[in-house]
Design a protein around this ligand. Structure first.
Ligand code: NZQ
Ligand code: ZN
Length: 388
């Protein structure tokens, strides 16, 4: 039975090869000062930077820049971005990049007019903004996080060894997002497959909970099937538009709040993965791929019916004559084979995790209670040990 919920998603999406043409229309809705936010320079190499700046100038905007947003954006960079946005009195934060750039823009957006320290307020106390929020628009260049249509903004505090995501409400969602699958063709293979697993993980985090017959689960099974199918094509031919466009669209739906409606959700793989990220600065999707199989095998008996459903409906396992546990394990074995086929990291030591870090990673892992098993610190340690 679906529980009570409210569904609303305020982000306007423009999808397809011509999606950038809509930027001009969107810009009319905002004041003159645009802070263009981007990462380490991929958008300059691909020529996207020139195209966007030209559109901004043609629209008569004053263009200011905040470049160098790193993967896993840090709190120091956030402080810098807030200063830049204040200095130019930004009317719009235009994020051009992947999840890191868009997350960062959202974190800046809630901090520009806020007098308190944003790390303490949003990431340690999880408060909602009480100040004016500067609007964010995005042009997505790397697929995986769903940041283009959600309120998530993950920031890392390297000195405190914490990586924390705040999921903000409607007012922090991008006002518009421009999704052209062609812009993802140049994403390096390692990042592309990390993004693909991030998508898979977002869906699994919302799928592995509950015992009821939920329409959301059926939607998720379809999304996972499409993702698995397209991922195999994209790793062989990264410029296959059909595959890249399907992956992009699945990614947005995997984490734009829809599929979680009426369900509880797990998120323990993300909590462990984020803590690994705080210690290693590893690529987000790879931190998830390294811990997923040990985690799911660890909790399998607590949610056996759902793991069986996953095996049959997502991986086409034939259950005839097999125990539920055998079916469930076969599903995870097929997932492991797929993960190997597309080139994911399966061991956390490949990301720089060492035995000595484990206690700290356990300590930095937030424990959630929406999945099949509420983990204790010693459970997390066992899962991490297995992942090495
Ligand atoms: O910085 P540049 O030069 O642009 O290079 C980036 C970066 O090095 C590169 N890249 C992006 N688009 C490209 C490209 N290179 C060539 N061609 C292109 N078209 O890819 C690298 C990775 O980019 P990044 O934005 O870091 O990747 P991703 O989109 O995976 O974002 C990761 C961040 O999002 C957070 C993660 O924790 C991490 O901090 N997440 C955000 C979520 C949300 N908002 O809801 C949920 C996720 O679970 C996740 O936690
Ligand atoms: Zn993720």
């Amino acid at each position: 039975m679906l529980g009570n919920f409210t569904y609303s998603n305020p982000t306007k999406l423009y999808f397809g090869k011509d999606a950038l043409d809509n930027l001009k229309t969107e810009l009319k809705k905002y004041g003159n000062n645009v802070l263009l936010i981007y990462g380490g320079g991929s958008i300059i190499k691909t020529g996207l930077y020139d195209k966007v700046v030209k559109i901004l100038h043609e629209a008569g905007k004053n263009v200011y820049e905040d470049a160098g947003v790193m993967p896993n954006p840090t709190v120091e960079k956030l402080y810098e971005g807030v200063k830049r946005a204040r200095a130019c009195n930004a009317d719009l934060l235009l994020a051009v990049g992947g999840g890191s750039v868009i997350d960062y823009a959202k974190a800046v957006s809630v901090s520009v007019h806020c007098e308190e320290d944003p790390w303490d307020k949003y990431y340690l106390r999880f408060e909602e903004p009480t100040c004016r929020v500067v609007p964010v628009g995005s042009i997505l260049t790397m697929v995986g996080t769903g940041s283009e249509m959600n309120g998530g903004a993950v920031i890392t505090h390297p000195a405190q060894k914490l990586k924390i995501g705040h999921v903000f409400g409607d007012m922090v969602f991008p006002k518009f997002s421009i999704l052209n699958p062609e812009l993802t063709f140049t994403v390096p293979q390692y990042q592309m497959v990390a993004g693909i697993f991030d998508i898979m993980s977002h869906i699994m985090e919302q799928y592995f909970s509950g015992t009821d017959d939920s329409a959301s689960d059926y939607i998720m099974e379809g999304l996972m099937r499409s993702l698995i199918h397209s991922s195999k094509i994209a790793v062989k031919n990264p410029t296959d538009y059909e595959a890249r466009s399907n992956i992009m669209w699945v990614s947005t739906w995997a984490l734009n709040t829809l599929v979680a409606k009426g369900k509880s959700t797990d998120w323990m793989v993300h909590m462990i993965g984020q803590s690994i990220g705080a210690y290693t600065d590893a690529t987000h999707g790879m931190t998830l791929s390294a811990v997923s199989l040990p985690y799911y095998r660890y909790i399998l008996k607590n949610g056996l019916h759902q793991f069986k459903k996953f095996a049959c409906n997502v991986w086409n396992v034939n259950p005839d004559g097999k125990t539920d546990e055998a079916v469930a394990l076969e599903g995870l074995a097929l997932m492991e084979a797929w993960m190997k086929e597309i080139g994911l990291v399966l061991h956390s030591k490949e990301l720089g995790v060492t035995e000595e870090m484990l206690d700290g990673i356990v300590k930095g892992t937030l424990i959630m209670d929406g999945g099949y098993k509420v983990l204790k610190p010693e459970d997390i340690r066992s899962i991490l040990k297995e992942s090495l």
